[in-house]
Design a binder for this molecule. Sequence first.
Ligand SMILES: *[C@@H]1O[C@H](CO)[C@@H](O)[C@H](O)[C@H]1NC(C)=O
Length: 207
Amino acid sequence: MMKAFTLVTLAAAVVSAAPGQLLSKRALTPQDIDPRTGCPGYLTPGEFEFPHYITQISKSQPDKAFGPQYFGVFTPNDISSLFTFDIPASRAGANCTLEFLFPAQSQLKTSSYSYSGGGSFFFTGYAPGSCPDGQTTYNNQPKPGPFPPFPPVHMEPGNAYVIDIGPCFVGAGTCVAGMTSTTDTSFSFFQDYDECPIGLYTTYSYL
Ligand SMILES: *[C@@H]1O[C@H](CO)[C@@H](O)[C@H](O)[C@H]1NC(C)=O
């Protein structure tokens, strides 16, 4: 079936990309610098959500609850990060794009991240309305979503990755969450928006 983070459940007919195909990747070039902020990225004020809850799970510590976190943290085959978005009911008529902004370190002013490894990442969606909380662990994850995980997405610094596009009504008025994991990469970043945006965002669009 198609790619599915969480926003897509009913989007099969809307999205025509091949199974598992990354919808798009674009380099964050100097031309992409937002003149208002001096930062790379594509976030239009008022037209995006940052994750309202981030936590981790660990396969090797399957009963550890990490609680609320500000960093996305990944280690090969062990620590995965869960990102939750709250989609207001008022966005039911928009399209939601799930995007990972991954500026190069040289494009960031003050924030930093650590990244090493092959860059293979997997995105899996949970069922809309079933989202992580302080009790979430590897053994106690939110309910699985209706679609299988994506095939790996190769992510490396200096690019923005569109993971998924689908109608927002699937999650409007509730939360939508997903897990991002890796088999080969150690990666830790501060999910920032105040300085230059980095990390996972949901953006709204209207044709
Ligand atoms: C959402 O995307 C679909 C597919 O591209 C398009 O047909 C539809 O008009 C879009 N809806 C809005 C509100 O932009």
